[in-house]
Design a protein around this ligand. Sequence first.
Ligand code: URA
Length: 248
Amino acid sequence: MDEAIDIKKAIQQHAEMERFFTGDFTLRAPEATVSAYEGSMDTNQECDPKKELADIARQVSVCTLCEELARTRKHTVPGEGDPQARLVFVGEAPGADEDARGRPFVGRAGQLLTKIILAMGLKREDVFICNTLKCRPPGNRDPKPDEKRNCGPFLQRQLEAIRPEIIVALGSHAAKSLLEVDLPIGRIRGRFHEYYFSPDLPPVKLMPTYHPAYLLRNYSQDNRRRVWDDMQKVMSELGLEAPKGKQA
Ligand code: URA
């Protein structure tokens, strides 16, 4: 009897996971991102997240700290989304599609990320999406340590401006940069870690998970289940329920 219940539960979980990744979620193109980047720097001590993000984006657009990236990029990709998002996704670095359009996660990996966000009961414009690097490394090579160092303060300021409740680090580059640890993603994913905006503020929860591009390359049931489990933990923490009929 118990065995029958277990099997039924396993089948249900499998079906839910399949829907999570293959559901017929409409991929809504997010509204223009530029709106998040209008305005100018607030001179008040209290920072206006929208203005601060706009200011960061402007500084990123003229940044030449990484000579090679500044020379080879078509566009900078600062990030986009709700300046007051409760949830921020941080990826690695823009790829060719993102470089061409100046927007994060708009290629194949981005479509999978959009699907995951929709399955969580959210829309892209409800969250903030950005990367550890704001420029594309040529040929999509890995970010170099000095590039991460140069770009780190932009990401840190973005997170400090938004002050989300949860950060999802997509892949090892994001997780290692934010947590300053050098452990494989498989060792740190699946549980919440603490991210400190500053020593004066309480930490927020950071969930490392597999990068959507990794998932596309290794589209096994186990990997999909792992990401699905990680996102469920995030949803539960935010009090989110998956949309009806698209139960994640
Ligand atoms: N991969 C990333 O890490 N970031 C993007 O914006 C796109 C693909």
